[in-house]
Design a protein around this ligand. Structure first.
Ligand code: NDP
Ligand code: GUE
Length: 293
């Protein structure tokens, strides 16, 4: 078993991003600028957004956080998005999910100018991704690709089983792994809660991407010896042993699966850190107008 170390891979890529951001500043007189909108004060969202902002500063980006109370109206939020769309000083805009029930996430996602959609959730970006055209790739799947690249893992011809079909992780991941690209060129099976024979399919996988949101969902009896395990899950449990008051668990029974695997991502310290790198890379590409001019 070898660890796919998100700390190592993300720090290395962030150094490259910082150098490019400095170059961008020297040439344009400004820093790449990411704006995040956070509605309410969900514990997890607070942590992730804070980490995104902190990492922006680290690599020499400007970051702005716009906060709303949980009872903000949909109209007010859409109006703010429109304002940011028009602001030439903003390169990337993300609205942290999940949103309160009275706000339609589809409306919000489609309102964001696709040229600033560094989360890669807008239909234009998803459509372009399907067609293997330049686009913003959703940050978590992008981070996973960057992790595979950092460790020079050859995915061509492998059978990749993705567990979970969410719009932000499982579905885009399945498309990316099947694309004619590197990493990619996999034969992909996308599974979900209605999949009849999940264990049998998982046992055939050379690569498993677990994005379910259930602690210990992927157990050792579901894993072929030598498989590559990508654990996306972030399951938070309160804990008295940690300073933060909580402990994170992935979707994989790490202790028992790790010895059977060839490569495995830890939680924390794996995909989560790479997600932030994916977001930073998209923001830099937006500032440099590498995808849309
Ligand atoms: N590390 C990171 O950067 C990120 C981590 N996450 C974490 O990843 C996990 C997944 O998040 P997200 O993708 O948003 O997931 P969602 O909660 O939106 O979706 C979960 C998926 O898992 C499937 N599922 C649920 N139960 C089962 C089951 N018993 N068997 C098979 N499939 C099942 C669901 O199937 P169905 O569609 O049929 O309901 C659904 O497709 C969460 O823990 C989340 O916190 C998320 C984003 C980023
Ligand atoms: N519009 C939007 N874009 C997102 O990208 C988005 C979102 N909404 N909603 C929620 C998910 C979740 N997500 C994570 C980001 C970083 C870590 C991360 O940094 N994790 C660290 C530890 C974090 C901690 O200690 O709590 C790690 O795994 O090592 C995790 C999860 C982005 N998401």
């Amino acid at each position: 078993m070898q660890l796919l170390d998100g700390k190592f891979a993300s720090e290395k890529i962030k150094q490259e991003i910082a150098a490019e951001a400095a170059d961008f500043l020297a040439k344009s007189g400004r820093k790449p600028h990411l704006v995040a909108i956070l509605v309410g004060n969900d514990g997890g969202s607070e942590t992730y957004v804070a980490s995104k902002m902190k990492n922006c500063e680290k690599v020499g980006f400007r970051s702005s956080l716009i906060r709303y109370d949980v009872d903000v109206t949909e109209a007010e939020l859409l109006q703010k998005i429109e304002e940011i769309n028009q602001d030439a000083g903003v390169d990337g805009l993300i609205v942290q999910l999940p949103l309160p029930k009275h706000i339609d996430p589809e409306k919000v996602t489609e309102k964001i100018d696709y040229r600033k959609d560094v989360d890669g959730f807008h239909p234009v970006n998803l459509g372009r991704m399907m067609r293997n055209l330049p686009c913003f790739i959703p940050a978590t799947p992008y981070g996973i690709l960057l992790m595979l690249q950092a460790y020079q893992i050859d995915t061509a011809g492998k059978h990749c089983v993705v567990v979970g079909r969410s719009n932000i992780v499982g579905s885009p991941m399945s498309i990316l792994m099947a694309r004619n690209a590197n990493p990619g060129n996999c034969t992909v099976t996308l599974t979900h809660s209605r999949t009849a024979n999940l264990k049998e399919l998982a046992l055939q996988a050379d690569i498993i991407v677990a994005a379910i949101g259930k602690k210990n969902f992927v157990t050792a009896d579901m894993v072929k010896p030598g498989a590559i395990i990508i654990d996306v899950g972030i399951n938070r449990e309160t804990s008295e042993q940690t300073k933060s008051g909580y402990k994170l668990f992935g979707d994989v029974d790490f202790e028992n699966v790790a010895p059977k695997s060839s490569w495995i991502t830890p939680v924390p310290g794996g995909v989560g850190l790479m997600t932030i790198v994916g977001l930073l890379k998209n923001t830099l590409a937006s500032a440099k107008k590498e995808i849309y001019s």
